[in-house]
Design a protein around this ligand. Structure first.
Ligand code: SF4
Ligand code: SF4
Length: 205
């Protein structure tokens, strides 16, 4: 008899928890029935909140080449020692002058430690995402995700909208990528010669 009572009690608990779950679902469905919950991505644009951690923005004109961001970065790059790589020279006034600033988005975890380390707000939180879709070759070659300061300075800041459509606006597809041009480790000399020939042909035309 007590076994039957126990079973009925268990069934009662189960039914009650099921009904509680259904009540929550029904309540939320009714409450938010007018609000669209699903975005047909990528056909529809996703608008992220302003504090979304998107691609970093770099302001070269503010950078004092202190390298604090590079030191703060905890992640090694896919092809370089650090996710951030800074190249500089000492100018005529004995001050460091920035030559190039790279962020490897193949390894960056968007922790923003570099943003916190920067004393002059040269690195800022950004809004854009889907960086790999900006350059389709990045799906097959992660070095295509090494962004130079040319791209980083064009990224939207976090207060701006950061969808892929806007990212396209900021980094046009036909723009050569700084990283691919400047790093050049995997460049095929034959290909280089051919492209040089093509460009000189185009110039003469
Ligand atoms: S966000 Fe983090 S991982 Fe990315 S470059 Fe900055 S410090 Fe490095
Ligand atoms: S911490 Fe800021 S100022 Fe210093 S090198 Fe990095 S971006 Fe430039």
């Amino acid at each position: 008899m007590s076994a039957l009572t126990d079973s009925l009690t268990q069934i009662g608990y189960s039914l009650r928890s099921c009904l509680t779950g259904l009540k929550v679902v029904y309540f939320n469905w009714w409450k938010f029935r007018e609000r669209k919950q699903t975005v047909m991505y990528p056909l529809e644009e996703i608008v992220y909140s302003p504090n979304h951690r998107g691609a970093l923005v770099f302001r070269p004109e503010r950078c004092i080449v202190c390298e604090l961001c590079e030191k703060a970065c905890p992640v090694p790059g896919t092809r370089t020692e650090k996710t951030i790589e800074i190249y500089h020279h000492v100018g005529a006034t004995k001050k460091r002058e920035l030559d190039e600033f790279y962020i490897d988005y193949g390894s960056c975890i968007n922790c923003y430690l570099c943003v916190e380390a920067c004393p002059v707000d040269a690195l800022l939180p950004g809004a854009s995402f889907e960086l790999a879709t900006i350059d389709p070759d990045a799906q097959y070659d992660r070095s295509r995700m090494i962004y130079g300061m040319g791209q980083l300075s064009l990224q939207p800041e976090s207060a701006e909208r950061g969808s892929f459509e806007h990212a396209y606006e900021y980094v046009p597809r036909d723009r050569p990528f700084d990283a691919a041009v400047s790093l050049g480790e995997d460049e095929d000399p034959a290909e280089e010669t051919a492209s040089a020939g093509e460009s000189s042909g185009a110039a003469s035309a």
